[in-house]
Ligand binder design. Structure first.
Ligand SMILES: [Zn+2]
Length: 347
């Protein structure tokens, strides 16, 4: 469980941002598709997509690393990056002069980029970081790529998540996708259908597959996650999300006990949880209790820990949790919110 000695996390901290401080561990299930794309890729623009959590960004950065690696290709098995030359280190540190990684302001930490202090609006209130890729980001990256000489023969622009690009930024990007020059683009996406068809049609599509459960459990075990199956279920089968839960301080024992705490309205054991994590856990509990009520297997929790309920009440609860999740990142009295949320969970 989240240690009681751990400093109470700020309400706006999410599981994803808590995990961002650690370097991104390699994802072995991406090696084979990476080697295949490196051997067959001919287009200047790739659209890398797959289920949420498969590692689209890691795959895009893997491509960038391989393209920019300075170890002779003959010395690199399957064309993959060597992982130890100066260029590989610069990519890992996000400071390679020929790589531009374009992400929404809100996802900089997740992408391993330095996070600026949150800006302020005219009244001096803290502004929420943007969840869109904006046109200024695209223009700045394109200008930089066109105007500067770097170490490598080409420049690489990575967009993640590509579906976050807003319509004006998408149009700015389109022009360059038509005449890319020495630039290579990787659009990494968990929702490619949300991209403009004109953008999709200019990219070579690369579809990634989730690792098997055995692969995911072995990987989580190698990252030091104990009782990994529980956290993998808690994360809906997404290994990176499971690792983020682990990094946020959640462990398997706490997840197993959570339905009991909720049934009794106990706020104390979850007082140190970031509010978005708690709301996410309650939404999953509500989802699973609805499944149990319908006689179906649970998805996130152990089936035996769950009570059936009243479907109308569970539906209203789910709607209320969705509303709360939209404001969960606003700083407000988190302690009161935790108590109210756990009392509500007794239904
Ligand atoms: Zn290298």
């Amino acid at each position: 469980m989240v240690s009681s000695t751990r400093r109470s996390a700020p309400a706006r901290e999410s599981a994803a941002s808590a995990a961002a401080a650690a370097p991104r561990p390699p994802l072995p299930w991406l090696d084979a598709p990476l080697a295949q794309v490196l051997a067959t890729q001919r287009a200047h623009a790739l659209l890398v997509y797959g289920p949420q959590g498969v590692g689209q960004l890691d795959f895009a950065l893997g491509l960038a690393r391989a393209w920019l690696c300075e170890t002779p290709a003959a010395a690199r098995p399957q064309g993959l990056a060597c992982g130890h030359c100066a260029a590989c280190h610069l990519v890992d540190e996000r400071s390679h002069p020929d790589l531009r990684l374009i992400v929404p302001e809100a996802q900089r930490a997740e992408a391993g980029l330095p996070v600026d202090e949150a800006g302020s609006d005219d009244e001096g209130k803290k502004r929420k970081p943007s969840r869109e890729i904006k046109v200024d980001q695209i223009r700045t990256a394109l200008n930089f790529a066109e105007l500067t000489a770097g170490r490598a023969a080409h420049k690489v622009l990575v967009l993640f998540p590509a579906e976050a690009i807003n319509p004006i930024a998408a149009n700015a990007l389109l022009k360059t996708l038509e005449e890319p020059g020495a630039m290579r683009f990787v659009l990494a996406s968990g929702a490619p259908q949300a991209l403009l068809p004109t953008i999709r049609s200019r990219c070579q599509a690369v579809q990634l597959q989730m690792p098997t459960r055995e692969e995911a459990l072995a990987w989580l075990g190698a990252q030091g996650v104990a009782d990994a199956a529980v956290l993998l279920d808690a994360a809906g089968g997404q290994p990176q999300a499971a690792l983020a839960l682990h990094a946020a301080g959640l462990d398997a024992a706490a997840w197993r006990q959570f339905p009991q705490w909720a049934a009794q309205g106990q706020a104390a054991p979850v007082a140190g949880w970031p509010l978005p994590l708690l709301i996410d856990a309650l939404a999953k509990l509500c989802h699973d209790r609805a499944l149990v009520t319908l006689g179906q297997p649970a998805r996130y929790f152990a089936h035996s820990e769950l009570r059936a309920g009243n479907l109308d009440a569970l539906t209203r609860w789910a709607a209320d949790l969705r509303r709360r999740s939209r404001v969960a990142e606003h700083p407000f009295s988190a302690g009161l919110a935790v108590e109210a949320l756990m009392l509500q969970a007794r239904l």
